[in-house]
Write a protein that binds this ligand. Structure first.
Ligand code: NAD
Ligand code: ZN
Ligand code: ZN
Length: 346
């Protein structure tokens, strides 16, 4: 079968490899689509990210069951499914509490194994998946559903964990309205009654953001903090979602959050958060404001995203590319040219 692999640090190739073998607890998925995430670019560009062997990329995957292991119950050939991003242990105290996105098995700073970022992922014709990491998507278009696995689920997790900050009438700022951000806008609209401000460097993305549910848009090229404060009577936003995570956006988040508000950081651009130990210093981190690093989502969050999609509240904007055109899709994403999410279709 054909697969898109990171063959050595910074080198990605379309290769021919055998169809994966499955064990008794696995299913073989015939891939319908695999989304292209900005994290794929981070991994590709990071020479320190050395895997023990070439890795098939792709951590946003849907498909149909092509074969089931001898011990698998509940799945049959032909079933349509999406793959959960967090291949967690299921036994540690976080997993048992339903927080399987922050499984403790790998240690304090690790994330649970993620397909495409360790185990082989879904930018291929077939993929091996342990059956317990599948969620059914019967009735949904599997191609446009692939980004529910990360772009939507990661946004949903951050929103679900913002609690009182998203009370009706409060303000939510979404920084970076690309793959994750355009899902966040729709999820905020569907699950809260907040006023939503979209922030991006790209005018086209901001124009689309209005269609995805943003009430206001702010160009990141302007004085973003002043604009946010202006729209919130000088108080700031009760929730700020940073889907970029560079120095500039984290500064905007810290200087634009309201007292008792929350900053949810999902973007992985490697920036630093400017927080001083007194609210009058630095950017002025206000009393009661908290910061949360948000990783992926739980299996329950994925089920919720599937439900939102099924009920028509969440529609991922997808640009389709053939698997063979993966490198073109990566370049387009890098250049900021993808609207919504790029998906590879084998
Ligand atoms: P994307 O490229 O689709 O979207 C990024 C958006 O940010 C684009 O619209 C871009 O124009 C905008 N942008 C870039 N620089 C900006 C700036 N300085 N100010 C405002 N907007 C800016 O990327 P994506 O796939 O949505 O991923 C977003 C980030 O989230 C990446 O860093 C990715 O690695 C990370 N990510 C994290 C998790 C997690 O679990 N924490 C999961 C998935 C992705
Ligand atoms: Zn991702
Ligand atoms: Zn665990």
């Amino acid at each position: 079968m054909r697969a898109v692999q990171l063959v050595e640090p910074t080198v990605v190739r379309l290769v021919d490899i055998p169809v994966p073998e499955i064990g008794p607890d696995d299913v073989l998925l015939r891939v319908a689509a695999a989304g292209v995430c900005h994290s794929d670019l981070h991994v590709m560009h990071n020479p320190d990210r050395i895997f023990a062997r070439p890795v098939t990329l792709g951590h946003e995957v849907t498909g149909s069951v092509a074969d089931v292991g001898s011990g698998v119950r509940g799945w049959a050939v032909g079933d349509s499914a999406i793959v959960h991003l967090c291949w967690s242990c299921g036994q540690c105290r976080n997993c048992l509490a339903g927080a399987d996105n922050v499984c403790l098995r790998g240690g304090r700073r690790a994330q649970p194994p993620a397909p495409g970022l360790g185990p082989d992922g879904g930018m291929a014709e077939y993929m091996r998946v342990p059956a317990r990491f599948l969620v059914g998507i019967d009735g949904l278009d599997p191609v446009v559903s692939a980004p529910l696995a990360d772009a939507a689920m990661t946004a949903y997790h951050a929103i679900r964990n913002s609690g009182h900050a998203l009370a009706p009438g409060n303000t939510a700022v979404v920084i970076g309205v690309g793959g994750l951000g355009h899902c966040a806008l729709q999820i905020l609209r569907a699950t809260t009654a907040t006023r939503i401000i979209a922030v991006d460097v790209d005018a086209g993305k901001l124009a689309d953001a209005v269609n995805h549910g943003a009430h206001e848009t702010v160009s990141a090229a302007s004085d973003t903090v002043a604009a946010i404060l202006d729209l919130t009577d000088g108080i700031g936003a009760q929730a700020v979602f940073d889907f970029v995570g560079n120095d500039a956006t984290l500064r905007t988040a810290a200087a634009g959050v309201a007292p008792n508000g929350v900053v949810q950081v999902a973007g992985l651009a490697g920036g630093r958060v400017p927080i001083a130990a007194a609210p009058r210093d630095g950017v002025g981190w206000p009393w009661g404001a908290s910061l949360r690093m948000s990783y992926g989502g739980t299996r329950t969050d994925l089920v919720a995203c599937v439900a939102l999609a099924r009920d028509g509240h969440l529609r991922v904007d997808c640009e389709r590319f053939a698997l063979a055109d993966a490198l073109e899709a990566f370049d387009r994403l890098e250049a900021g040219g993808v609207r919504g999410r790029a998906v590879l279709v084998p």
